[in-house]
Design a protein around this ligand. Structure first.
Ligand code: 0WD
Ligand code: CA
Length: 383
């Protein structure tokens, strides 16, 4: 079990100014100018095949095929019983795929600037994580339902951030209804109706949906002083060979209940678009293709959302979210983590924890169940 650490000064904090021991998530604290967020650059990608095997290539990348009609009548329930192979979500992969990618591509990462600097950090980045974990941070100031646990380890000057499932999330997963279980399939089925395996072929709605398969982009960017390296799953790309290079050619696919009342529209803007925006803004994916479905899982319309236009779209909504609050909170959280996690030790984990209506706090664990950097990675990076 962990214990709250009492004030302890690290190398970057003189004894006279110990780091704060908690971080507030109150929105008004983050309403300032939009922080610097450099255009994300794709530094690589990888694929996970139907058996969840890692490949350092883009074999799983798919190509978007615009539906024939704007009202396409896709039945998202088709194949749920007989043509669906679901990934085993009991297997916790933590950062493993990203770490494999890093080992296979180390030479591409170390810039001259880093190699020449006086305090070289092995990778030249401050933070390594999944895009999905950063999405959770961006939406935290507006989240009232679900908390999170993020495990952090510093090694070679880089902070590795990996999510730990909360008790509440584990319960929710166990209590999922049959209907909810099926609805989780609908998003993948929509991808199958709209994505083809290569630029010249058509989607195959008669095939099997296998959620082991994934194509992930690895991007590098900077949020204020934090150099970030993260990976995110990408649904498909523009099939035009003249489309801009990644990540600008990527497209995120989503499904959502059709909007029929002003209340539904307002909720869509205030809650769903926040999550959609945060997820795609982070890696620089410029557009989302949304399939609006009815209660029976039939897609009744398809609409494109441009990420750069979402903040305009929501401006007339009262009590709405602000991109600047999301980004400033994430930036301050990373600075908070950096001030707390000062010991370079792959076996130590600081577990940052947050529940709605609370501050972010942390506990420290050594050689515990929370350690997440695998030996094969530690060995390779410290030799
Ligand atoms: O084991 C874990 N605790 C996690 C594993 C947590 C988060 C991610 N992952 C892994 C999976 O290997 C997955 O391939 O990350 C990959 C996706 O990472 P991400 O892009 O950082 O995650 P996120 O942005 O939350 O999700 C992107 C897509 C989702 O699409 P929608 O449109 O529903 O947001 O990745 C899928 C899902 O299709 N996805 C997952 N696939 C497999 N395992 C998972 C997951 N745990 N979470 C989301
Ligand atoms: Ca998606």
């Amino acid at each position: 079990a962990g214990h709250q650490r009492h004030r302890q000064a690290g190398p970057s904090t003189p004894p006279s100014s110990p780091p704060n021991q908690s971080l507030s998530v109150q929105r008004q604290l983050y309403e300032r100018d939009f922080p610097l967020y450099k255009q994300p650059v794709e530094v690589g990608h990888f694929s996970l095949d139907s058996e969840r095997r890692f490949f350092n290539d883009d074999r799983q990348l798919r190509y978007y095929v615009e539906p024939e009609k704007s009202c396409p009548n896709f039945n998202l329930r088709d194949g749920y019983r007989d043509r669906f192979i679901k990934r085993d979500d009991g297997v916790k992969e933590k950062l493993d795929h990203i770490l494999r990618w890093i080992l296979a591509n180390r030479s591409k990462l170390q810039s001259k600037e880093v190699a020449a600097s006086s305090s070289p950090c092995a990778l030249g980045v401050n933070v390594v994580t999944w895009r999905g974990h950063l999405t959770k941070l961006l939406t935290t100031p507006y989240e009232t339902q679900e908390g999170w646990l993020l495990a952090v380890t510093r090694m070679g000057g880089t902070l590795y951030i990996s999510e730990v499932e909360t008790e509440a999330a584990r319960r929710d997963q166990e209590d999922r209804t049959e209907r909810h279980e099926e609805m989780m399939y609908w998003g993948y089925k929509f991808e199958q109706y709209t994505c083809a395996d290569d630029a010249h072929s058509l989607p195959d709605p008669g095939g099997v949906v296998n959620t082991n398969e994934a194509f992930c982009t690895v991007v590098q960017t900077r949020l204020a002083e934090h150099r970030l390296l993260f990976s995110g799953e990408v649904d498909c790309r523009d099939k035009d060979p003249k489309a801009p290079p990644p990540p600008a050619c990527y497209i995120e696919m989503k499904t959502s209940l059709e909007i029929s009342t002003p209340k539904q529209r307002s909720n869509f803007h205030r809650f769903k678009l926040l999550k959609w925006w945060a997820q795609s803004f982070l890696p620089g994916v410029p557009r989302i293709v949304a399939g609006f479905r009815d209660h029976d899982g039939v897609v009744v319309s398809v609409e494109t959302f441009h990420i750069s236009k979402i903040s305009q779209l929501i401006k007339n909504e009262t009590n709405c979210w602000k991109p600047t609050v999301c980004m400033n909170f994430c930036c301050d959280f990373l600075s908070f983590v950096k001030s707390i996690v000062t010991e370079d030790n792959p076996r130590e984990v600081h577990l940052f924890s947050w529940e709605p209506h609370r501050d972010v706090t942390y506990s420290i664990h050594r050689d515990s169940q929370y350690s997440f950097l695998p030996d094969w990675y530690i060995r390779e990076m410290t030799s």
